[in-house]
Design a protein around this ligand. Structure first.
Ligand code: SAM
Length: 212
């Protein structure tokens, strides 16, 4: 068995978030901003591995009821301050994606933006949690890098098995209804962490409503 790519994720990410400023900025991710219209104010959304809060705080500003978790307590502490500065409530937890108390069929939306810390085994557990936590009719909005990002190296882990292809996402979320799945390239300006020409993939997919 291969050793884990990130042996001390909480320590590594706490160290990154200990620096001044916001590693990925305070503006929401663009794919998320462009697709958040799938939800209505008052609906309940989870932001997975939310980091310093740029996505969860923006979602709360849109009138959504937001839960968020991250493994790095320093990231969550900054996210709490960002929410307070903007006068919004987010229910933050410090948790790793195996330990988070995932509720079943609870969310109108799940947001997973750059959660490519997960190797294939962790990813399959994480994606199963995401699928089960969506309500029937609830929508996943996900963004990651494709293997072409190994050429650009402007963000994300330089480990091919952590990156996403259309085929991988189609297979991982085969039980969902795909609203949009797109590989594309763009210039990212998300703080110091994601900056420059980037090879991206975005997914919007809905949990099916069972009909009798
Ligand atoms: C690239 S950052 C993205 C943060 C946030 N989603 C955003 O778009 O700003 C990856 C995040 O995953 C978190 N993380 C790493 N391993 C994790 C794990 N096993 N469980 C939960 N969060 C984890 C890190 O602390 C970090 O905040």
């Amino acid at each position: 068995m291969n050793p884990p790519a990130f042996p001390d994720p909480a320590g590594t990410w706490n160290q990154r978030f200990a620096a001044d400023g916001f590693l990925f900025g305070t503006e929401p991710n663009v794919w998320l901003r462009e697709h958040a219209g799938v939800w209505q104010p008052g609906q309940r959304v989870l932001s997975v591995a939310d980091g310093e809060g740029r996505n969860s705080v923006w979602l709360a500003q849109q009138g959504l009821v937001v839960d968020a978790f991250d493994i790095a307590e320093l990231g969550v502490a900054k996210a709490r301050r960002l929410a307070a500065e903007h006068g919004v409530n987010v229910d933050f937890s410090v948790a790793d994606c195996d330990g988070f108390a995932w509720p079943e069929s609870a969310y109108d939306g799940v947001v997973a933006i750059f959660v490519q810390f997960a190797d294939p085994a962790l990813r399959s557990r994480l994606f199963a949690h995401i699928r089960r936590s969506l309500k029937p009719g609830g929508t996943l909005v996900l963004q990651g890098y494709t293997p072409r990002q190994l050429v650009y190296r402007t963000g994300g882990p330089p480990i091919e098995s952590h990156l996403y292809t259309e085929a991988l996402l189609r297979e991982s979320f085969a039980d969902l209804e795909f609203v949009e799945l797109r590989e594309y390239e763009a210039e990212l300006t998300e703080g110091r962490g994601h900056r420059g020409r980037s090879a991206l993939i975005g997914l919007v997919a809905r949990r099916r409503v069972e009909t009798a």
